[in-house]
Design a protein around this ligand. Structure first.
Ligand SMILES: Nc1nc2c(ncn2[C@@H]2O[C@H](COP(=O)(O)OP(=O)(O)OP(=O)(O)O)[C@@H](O)[C@H]2O)c(=O)[nH]1
Ligand SMILES: [Mg+2]
Length: 381
């Protein structure tokens, strides 16, 4: 699973990245602080099934704390986008190639209205303009790639019988788009209007969730309320608050559970004041929103599910006796045999069936996996 952070300069992409990964990266009010991309590991969280089975799990990747399972995902922080980037403004669009593999995008918007479209300080900027222009630039990026693919197709078509779907799929393979999505989109909009095709393929393959960042700033709330009326997938976020809480928690000065915190160490007067503001804010919105964004992107927007493969359906272990060692996030609707291939090509090739660890029944290759399934895969010896 790969997630890309997009947005204009100074919207807080690197701050969100730092809050989610705890990697130290350059953060500054000056636009284009980030030029080379940052990549790191963030986590999506789910209620672990260890409790239901009355066991204690040993995750091979990520961790499990107080029944919350942290499943790793790859997070990309890239340079800022400005209007007309596709015409070469700012850093252009080329750097977007770093997020070709992304399954979903988080658009980090400065909801305070205190930075303009280029990321420079201003007042009363309307953040809904950012959603328009940033999505437009992403569509332009897709359009360019698709246009090149069609040009290639047009030169090939005279010499051989090739299906456009195959050419597009090959050309777009770097963008992590399945053949089904391409076929479905062509079916829906045809390919007379390439721009329309590009927009549809982008929407299907790189859905966008909006992080209304800097919600802690005075004046953000009214902008957020206005934006919420027009857009569905939008979450209030304070990356700055999350960075502060994670740091203090790491230093043992607060006890922080992701929703609320308690001061347990020495905190100076200024920090105490900041924490009062943060406490008020997370009381109102439920959290700092950073974890929420990641979870919603993966589980709501993409609708992915979690599946726990094991080597022994009775003991719930791998062959080294680790309990519930793996948690995979996979597409809803996936069949057991496809899942076997995701675990390992070899397991897919030798696949003969599976066992449902709850019901202790045999499953065939076309069994459709459900959220929280625990599955032993049977292979030919
Ligand atoms: N108050 C507040 N400030 C924030 C928040 N997130 C980021 N900032 C500030 O906004 C400024 C820009 O933050 P960055 O994270 O560097 O922004 P960016 O989107 O990575 O910017 P570029 O790399 O230039 O594209 C910095 O001064 C941050 O401290 C937030 O949640 N609240
Ligand atoms: Mg940055």
């Amino acid at each position: 699973m790969e997630i890309g952070l997009i947005g204009k300069p100074s919207s807080g992409k690197s701050s969100f990245f730092k809050a989610a990964t705890m990697n130290d990266v350059d953060i500054d009010a000056r636009p284009f602080t980030t030029i080379k991309p940052n990549v790191g590991i963030a986590y999506v969280t789910v209620d672990c099934i260890e409790k239901e089975f009355n066991v204690k799990c040993n995750p091979k990747h990520g961790k499990c704390v107080n029944g919350k399972r942290y499943i790793p995902v790859k997070l990309w922080d890239i340079a800022g986008l400005v209007p007309d980037a596709h015409l070469g403004k700012g850093l252009g669009l080329k750097f977007l190639d770093d997020i070709r593999q992304a399954d979903v995008l988080i658009h980090v918007v400065d909801i305070s209205g205190k930075t303009d479209a280029e990321g420079n300080p201003t007042n009363n900027y309307d953040p809904s303009k950012d959603i328009e222009f940033v999505e437009n630039e992403i569509d332009e990026w897709f359009y360019e790639i698709i246009k090149r693919a069609i040009e290639k197709y047009n030169t090939k078509i005279r010499t051989s019988k090739i299906d456009l779907k195959d050419v597009l799929h090959e050309q777009l393979s770097g963008l992590n788009i399945s053949k089904e999505v391409i076929a479905e989109t062509i079916e829906k909009v045809g390919f007379d209007d390439l721009r329309k095709l590009a927009v549809e393929i982008r929407k299907m393959s790189k859905p966008i969730i909006i992080a209304a960042n800097k919600i802690d700033v005075n004046g953000s709330e009214k902008n957020y309320d206005a934006l919420k009326q027009k857009h569905q997938n939008i979450i209030p976020v304070s990356s700055l608050a999350e960075i502060i809480l994670s740091k203090l928690s790491f230093e043992g000065k607060i006890d922080y559970n992701g929703k609320d915190f308690k001061i347990i160490g020495n905190i100076d007067e200024n920090m105490r004041k900041a924490l009062d503001i943060i406490k008020n804010m997370i009381g109102k919105y439920g959290s700092t929103g950073v974890q929420d964004c990641l979870n919603k992107a993966v589980f709501d927007l993409l609708g992915y599910i979690v599946v726990y493969p094991v080597a022994d359906a009775n003991k719930l272990t791998d062959n080294k006796n680790n309990i519930l060692p793996d948690a995979f996030i996979v597409k809803r609707g996936i069949k057991l045999k496809e899942f076997a291939y995701i675990i390992h090509t070899d397991i897919g090739d030798k696949f003969i069936g599976g066992i449902d660890a709850r019901k202790k029944i045999k499953l065939s290759g076309d069994y459709e996996l459900k959220n929280n399934d625990v599955i032993e895969i049977l292979v030919k010896r």
